[in-house]
Ligand binder design. Sequence first.
Ligand code: GDP
Ligand code: IMO
Ligand code: MG
Length: 422
Amino acid sequence: MSVDVILGLQWGDEGKGKIVDFLADQYDLVCRFQGGPNAGHTIKIGSDKYVLHTIPSGIFRENIINVIGNGVVLDPITFVKEMNTLEKSGIEFLSRLLIARKAHIILPTHRFLDKASEAAKGAAKIGSTLKGIGPTYMDKTGRNGMRIGDIHLPDFESRYNILKEKHLGLLKMYPEVEFDLAQQESDFFESIEIIRKLRLINGEYYINAALSEGKKVLAEGAQGSMLDIDFGTYPFVTSSNTISAGVCSGLGIAPNKIKEVIGIAKAYCTRVGSGPFPTELHDETGEKLRSVGHEFGATTGRPRRCGWIDIPQLKYTIMLNGVTQVVITKLDVLDTFEQISVCTDYHYDNMISEELPFDMVGVDIAPQFVHYDGWNESVDHVTTYDGLPLKTRDYVNHLQQHLKTKISMVSTGPERHKLFLL
Ligand code: GDP
Ligand code: IMO
Ligand code: MG
């Protein structure tokens, strides 16, 4: 069978976790293909709230296999903490959680290097989650990295020591950066012992065999397309390919296996960390989006920057990903806004354009807006799409027309059942 993909179309935190959890029971496998514990995917089931960082969001659905793909970078310490939290909640998952041997390992010293790199950038810092993502992918492409499969090698510890020593050499350039290696190292090796008991797979063979047997695979993206290492707002990006192209390299499946690409976008827009954000609001409307939308990072707790939805930006990421359907989340957050604005074009370099400039950092972009009336009522009680206020549905229709792509679902709350098919 085929692979469907769920990924973020903005700067992350679009509500991917909720949508993956909702759709997961239509699949046999849910697979993360990139990123690592920089991700924070929130899932609300009844009154329980879970935040997943490395474990795929299909884990709450019985019988579904969850794979951490080769494109992921895994921090043994945070991963084992995440497993413990799930275990304490009474969720049985060990037999359904598999890790690709080719996934790379985040060492404690990768995290220290992340901290050092950000400190050295000063005001120009990326606003990294400091989870060691950049340095780990640098070691991967620099051909120095360690992979999860290496934990079963007899010389694992000596390989670890060689890489650690290299990192400690680099860290000497940043004497002001403090770290407690002894404690972290002991946690690291304890966590490795636990991971040794888990099932490691040759992910590319496992997933392709599942597809040949007619199984359905859902690939779960992390971050958002505007944080893609190639196409995002470089250098204010993460270090992996967050777009659909990353599914092939991050799981070992061929492009012709991909069918639906489901792009998730908020009904407005947020960004956490530094970097360009053309429609950002620095006024009380932005404050209101943040407080009504509870826009604080699921991984770091940082306040998210908020602004209006941005059509040129979304058209760009729809193009890059080959999006076949869009899901609009957090529509309920707009319940009390008198007027809702939508950016339709960018004004820069004395022209009006829908095209994102090469360097979004260096160009002063003035977003051009159209305005729509808000619906000014709560959608909390609504149980069908047609039960939504007319103006809410009008807003969704306007977005669909602007995006020229089918909007297949809208979400009106964090809970599983607050999702309507159009
Ligand atoms: P992800 O990283 O894309 O999975 O998204 P996050 O979990 O970081 O952030 C999305 C936040 O919005 C979480 O707190 C979700 O519980 C919440 N959420 C998801 N969908 C909706 C929605 O339709 N309405 C509201 N109000 N909250 C939502
Ligand atoms: P989910 O999967 C939002 C941002 C960071 C920073 C930049 C680089 O929950 O949507 P990194 O730690 O990767 O070096 O940080 O990317 N970032 C995210 N922003 N959601 C995420 O993940 C993010 N993961 C990284 O804030 O600006
Ligand atoms: Mg998140």
